[in-house]
Design a protein around this ligand. Structure first.
Ligand code: IPM
Ligand code: MG
Length: 350
């Protein structure tokens, strides 16, 4: 029996994951569901954003679905114990090095984007973000006080050949099943890691994926091209930090951050980590108005990538699309439905 670990987390996380639970119980009743505290709420209860027991359970599950972490009430918690630190520890602990962040414009939502309909209609981009390396984890890091009393902050951007290769391989494989194009984004014009990134991707492409169209693009230009002509992209592969930024930008192209799921995967056979891209949204938490679709679509990704049920994944995605086509809208999409009512609209289509 497959198992899914739910980590509702903070802010709107518990609200949107409660709807995932309802959808999962309807769609895939054979699956067993576990729930654990994670993030700020876990820090409040246990003094750490993630317990060792939770990490062990995550690694022993088939998939993990996380809601959201963080909020202003934990702003003064020491960095290593912040909710976000728990998330980084979970990603690293599960070794999910490839983060798949699709930016898909549902036909019914083409007018919800801040960009013109003709620019975003039919948009279907997959951002593959490196997730367990780079400046998020590089050492040394920290803030020190210098002899003259100034303070000096250091972060380290670092990548090895194998880290670049394994995430690029995921991008090339995905492209083969899509429109066969990979754009590799880095700053090889100023960064050593960017130069290495470009060389390693080029060599891997020549060796193993000569049939895929590969293009190199500087990350700043990629940011610009994303708003200028986003449909030129198919798969974008990039490092942890650029991927963080470019995926928020790509999400907004589709109308709402409340729509976009993500999957983080590692070596074949290991559990994946699924998260809506939106954050904990403290401003609307507890009001019952958060859009549950990003979380529900994250579950759809889990069904495909970790739970071996692509059939159920397609059914769920079609149900979301059909609910949107009927006009179901939460406030972020310009509508009035609450979190539960939006999930009801999806359930009605299942
Ligand atoms: C994301 C988030 C996280 C990140 C935060 C919450 C640590 O912005 O998943 O994109 O920076 O990776
Ligand atoms: Mg982010």
């Amino acid at each position: 029996m497959p198992t899914l670990l739910l980590l509702p987390g903070d802010g709107i996380g518990p609200e949107v994951t409660a709807e995932v639970r309802r959808v999962a119980e309807r769609l895939f009743p054979e699956m067993s569901l576990e729930t654990r505290l994670f993030g700020g709420c876990c820090y409040d209860a246990h003094g750490t954003p993630m317990t060792d027991e939770t990490l062990a359970l995550a690694k022993a599950s088939d998939a993990v679905l996380m809601g959201a972490v963080g909020g202003p009430q934990w702003a003064d918690v020491p960095r290593g114990l912040r909710p976000e630190a728990g998330l980084l520890r979970l990603r690293a602990g599960m070794a999910v090095f490839a983060n798949l962040r699709p930016a898909l414009c549902f036909p019914a939502l083409a007018d919800a984007s801040t960009l013109k309909r003709e620019v975003v209609e039919g948009l279907d981009i997959m951002i593959v973000r490196e997730l367990t390396g780079g400046v998020y984890f590089g050492e040394p890091r920290g803030v020190e006080t210098l002899a003259d009393g100034q303070r000096r902050g250091v972060d380290t951007q670092v990548y090895t050949t194998s880290e670049i290769e394994r995430v690029s391989r995921v991008a090339f494989e995905l492209a083969r099943g899509r429109r066969n194009k990979v754009t590799s984004a880095e700053k090889s014009n100023v960064m050593e890691t960017g130069q290495l990134w470009r060389e390693v991707v080029t060599a891997l492409h020549r060796r193993e994926y000569p049939d895929v169209n590969l293009e190199h693009m500087l990350a700043d230009n990629t940011a610009m091209q994303l708003v200028k002509n986003p449909r030129q992209f198919d798969v974008i592969v990039t490092d942890n930090l650029f991927g963080d930024i470019l995926s928020d930008e790509a999400a907004q192209l589709t109308g709402s951050l409340g729509m976009l799921p993500s999957a983080a995967i590692g070596a074949p056979g290991l559990p994946g980590l699924y998260e809506p891209i939106h954050g904990s949204a403290p401003d609307i938490a507890g009001k019952g108005v958060a859009n549950p679709l990003a979380a529900i679509l994250s579950f759809a990704m889990a069904l495909r990538w970790s739970l071996a049920r692509p059939d159920l994944s397609d059914r769920l995605t079609s149900a979301v699309s059909a609910a949107l086509a009927d006009g179901a809208r939460t406030p972020d999409l310009g509508g009035k439905l609450g979190t539960v009512a939006m999930a009801d609209a999806v359930l009605a289509k299942l």
